[in-house]
Design a protein around this ligand. Structure first.
Ligand code: FAD
Ligand code: NAG
Length: 465
């Protein structure tokens, strides 16, 4: 198919979700119907942050889109479905901490360094001259910050399928046009408020314009394994795939990444009464170790030893986007954190966005898709996407919020206990059996959702919107 005839998809944001969409569409687009332009505000692609959990459910998607071989050497274990420990859970807000239970799941959780993951996705982009096999053509445009978009309500030449009804406006760059705008521009999305303000009833969407503070603050950092071996040679994390240290109003998630070279530490301080209030500090700052340590005064020594070994800890507010009920309308579709940024306590934010990208790419590339752009086709596709993805993302976000409470011992029966108190063993056991169930979905099959979504293309739904 010639270049000009292809349906032109603009993706805003080359984070994990935008990149995954480009790779997935290329994998599924047998008939070479699409041309992708990927616009990224940053001058180069670099992933901040450290480790990321990939659950077996997400792994199946990565396999299907051709990422298996490139990722396997970068994972902490081979991605099979053997039952594995995900975390040892320890009651740790006391000197003599103890093991409560293990979270054991089919396939465990795969751990990877974010930079390795992002680099692998970039390597699989179907860029010209990249050596990757190309089904959907793709161009990457760095230093392109979208500031606005306009929709031309009347096609420039009636009847022409090649009209360009969306114009993208960038800071200090010429405007361009596209057939479909796909936004994957993250929690601080530029597209989200523009999109919501163009809905028939924008007042209704006031509270979805900006994310709000969850009341939680995360301290993050990496420990060099070699340094920990010097400082604390018998440390439990040198032998375990993951530990969660819990106590009242705080919990710390620890797991090795990069083949054990580093240990990723995310410590959460949960001030439940501040949920929904305004965060006044900056969105990410370096903090000194003294501040980090003082939050975990009196906690068990093996946890404090990890904090001692973090050279440059950073502090982040954990924000949450309220549960938006529309992700797409006509030619504009949003994915990932841009529409469902959630608290990180299920380790599933990126996984949920990867699923959006996978489902959308499958819908785009379905054999019933037209050869050239059609307004009725994209409308149907957006209706299906809303129908299948909105409830899924809301459920994941709610489960993440719930887990943020459970992991910090905010649950019925725990009201009277303060940080450092002894808590009856049966209360702890019951609580963490709820936590285990909350993670029941981790090895389910995403292909089922894909079939449901593409099934609607064959048997159309009555649109909700
Ligand atoms: C502490 C913590 C731990 C986490 N752990 C996990 C985990 O274990 N597992 C998991 O699945 N998820 C986890 N998450 C969630 C995960 O990090 C996010 O859900 C995921 O990174 C979102 O990806 P995204 O591509 O939607 O957005 P982003 O990664 O934010 O990418 C957005 C991109 O868009 C670009 N952009 C923004 N505005 C514009 C514009 N106007 N024009 C052009 N480009 C623009 C940005 O520069 C950026 O590159 C965690 C999150 C936190 C905070
Ligand atoms: C291109 O499409 C074909 C047919 O669907 C597929 O087998 C191939 O893997 C795709 N290429 C890439 C790089 O995914």
């Amino acid at each position: 198919m010639s270049e000009q005839d292809r349906i032109r998809v603009a993706i805003i944001g080359a984070g994990i979700v935008g990149l995954t969409f480009a790779v997935a569409l290329n994998a599924f687009d047998k008939e070479h119907k699409f041309a992708i332009d990927l616009y990224e505000a940053a001058p180069e692609l670099s992933e901040i942050g450290a480790g990321i959990n990939i659950w077996p459910r997400t792994w199946r998607i990565l396999e299907q889109i051709g990422m298996k071989d490139i990722l396997i050497p970068l994972l902490d274990h081979y991605p099979d479905l053997k039952r594995r420990v995900v975390f040892e859970i320890r009651k740790s807000d006391q000197r003599d901490g103890f093991r409560i239970t293990d979270i054991v799941k089919e396939g465990g959780a795969l751990r990877i360094h974010r930079a390795d993951f992002q680099r692998s996705l970039i390597e699989r982009l179907p860029l010209p001259g990249s050596g990757a096999s190309i089904n959907s053509t793709c161009n990457l445009h760095l230093s392109h910050r979208l500031i606005d978009y306009t929709e031309t309500s009347v096609p420039s030449s009636p009847g022409s399928s090649h009209s360009c009804p969306i114009t993208l406006h960038f800071a200090d760059r010429p405007s361009v046009s596209c057939d479909i705008l796909l936004a994957a521009d993250g929690i601080k999305s530029t597209v989200r408020p523009l999109f919501l303000n163009r809905l028939p009833d924008p007042q209704r969407y006031e509270r979805y314009m900006e994310p709000v503070w969850s009341g939680s603050t995360a301290y993050r950092g990496l420990v060099e394994q070699a340094e920990l071996m010097r400082a604390f040679p018998v440390h439990r994390i040198l032998k375990l795939p993951g530990i969660m240290y819990v106590g009242k109003s705080k919990h710390v998630v620890v797991y090795p990444v990069s083949g054990g070279k580093y240990i990723n530490v995310v410590a959460v301080v949960h001030e439940v009464f501040k949920e929904g209030t305004e965060w006044t500090g900056p969105s990410s700052v370096q903090v000194d170790q003294a501040e980090f340590l003082s939050c975990f005064e009196g906690w068990e020594e093996e946890l404090r030893a990890l904090i001692y070994c973090i050279k440059q800890p950073t502090k982040w507010p954990i924000n949450n986007l309220d549960h938006l009920d529309i992700f797409a309308k006509q030619r504009v579709l949003l994915m990932g954190d841009a529409v469902h940024a959630m608290v990180p306590h299920q380790g599933a934010g990126a996984g949920t966005g990867i699923e959006d990208a996978y489902i959308l790419a499958a819908l785009f590339a379905h054999p019933s898709s037209p050869r050239s752009f059609s307004a009725s086709w994209i409308k149907q596709l957006g209706d299906i996407y809303n129908l299948v993805r909105v409830p899924h993302a809301i459920a994941m976000s709610k489960a993440s919020i719930k887990q943020g409470y459970l992991d910090t011992l905010h649950a019925p029966g725990f009201e009277k206990y303060k940080e450092g108190d002894d808590v009856p063993r049966d209360l702890l056991d019951d609580l963490f059996s709820v936590v285990k169930r909350n993670w029941d979905w981790t090895a389910t099959d995403p292909e089922k959702d894909r079939r449901i979504a593409t099934g609607y293309l064959e048997k159309p739904i009555t649109p909700m919107l």
